[in-house]
Ligand binder design. Sequence first.
Ligand SMILES: Nc1ncnc2c1ncn2[C@@H]1O[C@H](COP(=O)(O)OP(=O)(O)OP(=O)(O)O)[C@@H](O)[C@H]1O
Ligand SMILES: [Mg+2]
Length: 353
Amino acid sequence: MTATTEPILEVTGLVKHYPLTQGVLFRKQVGAVKAVDGVDFTLGRGETLGIVGESGCGKSTVAKLLCSLERPTAGSILFKGEDITRLSGRALKAVRRNIQMVFQDPYTSLNPRMTVGDIVGEPYDIHPEVAPKGDRRRRVQELLDVVGLNPEYVNRYPHQFSGGQRQRIGIARGLALRPEVIVADEPVSALDVSVQAQVVNLLDRLQAEFDLSYVFIAHDLSVVRHISDRVGVMYLGRIVEIGRDAEIYDHPTHPYTQALLSAVPVPDPEAREHRERIILTGDVPSPTNIPSGCRFRTRCWKAQERCAREVPALAVPAAFRDASGPAAHDSACHFAAERQVVPAEGEHGNGPG
Ligand SMILES: Nc1ncnc2c1ncn2[C@@H]1O[C@H](COP(=O)(O)OP(=O)(O)OP(=O)(O)O)[C@@H](O)[C@H]1O
Ligand SMILES: [Mg+2]
C-alpha cells in the first residue's frame, strides 16, 4: 500500500532472524527465531502509520530495525530514497539522528540516577554539533516546555514524576535532535487509560508543529485509531493487512484483523448486538516454527488446503481490484473476498457466533 504523501521511509522485504543456538561451549545453531519475516510498507512524509499486533509478533524488532539499532538479516529500508541498512560510521550516525525512537515503558527507559536535564540533553553528547555546550540548558528547557512540562524541573529526577510526565520526558529526549521520523514503540501501553489520550494528543500536536512522520506501534487497534492515517496489522513477523484507517476499521478483509476488531469493545449496545464475535482459539505458533503457506492458517476459520501450500501475497485481493471502494486495500489472504465462513475442524479458529 503506497503512502498518501511523498514517501520518507520505504521498507521492502525486511527480515530479522535471530540464530537459535544450543550448548554453551560450541553454540551450535539449531534454528532461527523469525522475529521479522518479510515486512513491506511505506511511510509518507507527515503521515502516521499505526502498527498493531499481538505480543511477540515482531513490532519492537521492526522499530529497532527502522532506528538502525539492529541490522536486518535481509531487505532494505530507504530513508528519503537512500538505503540505510548498509551504512556505517558518520553516515549511520547522521541517519540515526533523523529517525528517533520513543520507548514503551517510561518507568524503566529513563535512568533513575540522571536528572531530567541530563536525560533530555544526553543525545547532544553523541551529536554535539546540534547544540554547543553553552546552549544546552536553554534547549533542554525549551524541549520541556514543548512537551508540556515546567522548564524549571530540569534538576529533578525521574521518580519525582508521574507515568504520563515521564513519557513526556522520553518524548522530549526523542525530539532533542530534531528528527524527521519518530518510531514510538507502544508509547502509551504502560500508562493509565486516562493519561493515554493526553500523550496521544501531545504526539499529534508535535507532529504538526515539527513536521514529523510517525510509526506508532500498539497492541491494540483502538489505541492507534485516532492518531493513524494508515494502519498495518502484524502477525508472526509479517504485515497481513494494511490500509487507510477507515479501510481497516470499517472494511477489514483479513480474518486476523476481523478477529482483532471483534474483540474491541463497542460502546453502543445495539451495535454490539449485531456484531459478529470471533474468538480465536489456539496459540500463536512459535516464530521458530512458522506454518507453511499462510502463517495464520492454524487459527483461521476460513483455512482451506490451498492455505497450507501457497503464501498469500500482501496485495489488493483480485475480487476487489476493479472496485475502488474501501475493501480495495492490501490484504494477505487467499479468501479475503469470501464472505461465508467455512467451519473449521480440530484446533482451527471458531467462526463468528
Ligand atoms: N535479541 C533477540 N534474540 C532472540 N529472539 C529475540 C530477540 N529479540 C526479540 N526476539 C524474539 O522475536 C520475537 C519478536 O519480538 P518483538 O519484541 O519484536 O515482539 P513485539 O511484537 O514487540 O512483542 P511485545 O508486544 O510483547 O512487545 C519474539 O519471539 C522474541 O522473543
Ligand atoms: Mg514490543
